[in-house]
Design a binder for this molecule. Sequence first.
Ligand code: AGP
Length: 615
Amino acid sequence: MCGIVGYVGDEECATLLVDGLRKLEYRGYDSAGVAVLGKEGLSVVRAKGKLANLEKRLGEQTPRGMTGIGHTRWATHGKPSDENAHPHKYGGVAVVHNGIIENHLELKETLARAGHKFASETDTEIFAHLIADEEKSGKTLPDAVRGALAKVKGTYALAVMSERSPEMLVVAKNASPLVLGLGETCNFVASDVPAILAHTRDVIFLEEGDFAVITKKGVQLTDRAGNKLARAVRRIDWTPTMAEKNGHKHFMHKEIHEQARALTDTIRGRASVEEGDVYLDGCKLDAKTVAGLNKVHVVACGTSWHASLTGKLMIETLARMPVEVDLASEFRYRQPLVDSRTLCVAVSQSGETADTLGSFREAKSRGARGLAICNVVGSAIAREAEDVLYTHAGPEIGVASTKAFTTQLAAFFLLAVRLGRLRGTLDAPTARKHLEALRELPMLVERTLKHEAEIQQAAYKFSASRDLLFLGRGPQFPVALEGALKLKEISYIHAEGYAAGEMKHGPIALIDENMPVMVLAPRESETEPGVNYEKILGNIQEVKARGGRVIAICSEGDTMVPDLAECAIAIPQTNALLQPIISVIPTQLFSYHVADHRGTDVDQPRNLAKSVTVE
Ligand code: AGP
């Protein structure tokens, strides 16, 4: 996610802004910049890549001034480049922004018709144009910002400065975080506490819709309409390291708890429940293109491969298209049956995994159309795709993928609905029902996370285990694989995921009192338990009959599974294809707490890298 820092005070602030941005580097970024307002006017210095590149540029021409804003960019619209880096400046106004303007194309067209020329591919630059126009009509900077926000649909943490209003910053918050820092003779704004902890521990966390005018003498808080607001000043006692994790002990824990927001950001602006359809920005798939396809072939590794197995079920169910899913390391070294009628989908959080990139190139060399599901804008796999469906999970720092998995599932679901609508296998009313369920997910995720204490208790009970089996059926089988991967990669316990129906073909020989089994056993729907549920009840009984200990993940209100299991975690019910997004969460928390209890390095497990860019 992007990082924002702002300062108004009595000191030269260019270096102070860069130091603040450095404290936000953990958020991940691909370019950075600062804008400083002083006697020589408004200067903007930006650079693609790491902060060192920005510092090199600043060294050549350090702008002087005591009002300034800085930004580290995590690209969402427009590739990483100097021109797309923030701050964006127009007509004496400079802005930095974290979020997405959903109606940016429409606004850009209107401004272009009025003669505006744009210097970047970003949605953010529009804010500078809108605010400068409002100022030109005679408004003060706060009113000019209000006028611009009235035209914008989307999310923002926004900081604005203007040559016409020296020694002032105007900030606004909607869905992306912003915090104010209160100093003796200066004041700050930032995306997150670490950026300002070196200067003050007195902060105000802005809430949805908050608007603030910041000068060195103080901050004035209002709502968007200008009505005065009072917000509590909080004293932060975190260490800087704790602050980077927003108070969480590990990045993985923070990222598990970010999943509702990550899903909201991934779905936002794409699912039109009213129309019963999906709009995939970045995907040029239309009815004619899709009519020319006869199968989907997915290539991925690790967690992304598990997500792809669920994606297969989603696409085959909703779009009735045959889907093959391959481990990328296998696909690229055999003679894959791929041609111009194949849609090859490469799934990769980093967008840099060597095996996935190699397989994607292999498929495209055989004529396949390439679609990427990635989390990093401008990554290698995204750059080589005809269509890109970005997850908007924000940077995933923990090596163990969590929010990447759940947002990949949401992306697959959006793709499946779109393909179904384009192929005519999914009518609007049915699609509407599915999209309503999708829209409800973030709230269900938050509800599931509330079970963390009981999951932690179960984790401590089994943290000394040498082995553990995960079982699932249907859409829950990939969750069993994913749960096993999470546990083994961060706790170093040997864990295996199995299709529950396979137990009698071998694995049941493993079962005794030393082999705990986690069973994914949600019902198929509120009304119908479903065949997978009935069958998995039998599997639980098989395990128990041989002395195995069962940890079950079941639906809220289910009485049968809790009667059979030693521990049962109840999760909210959603439709069968989306249920994995909910049922995976207890497995993530279980693995996290087992590993934390065992004292392993949860964020950087031994022998592993976050992105495997070598074969
Ligand atoms: C999962 O927790 C691991 N980090 C690993 O399996 C990962 O999913 C795999 O290396 C693929 O990475 P990618 O999604 O960036 O391509």
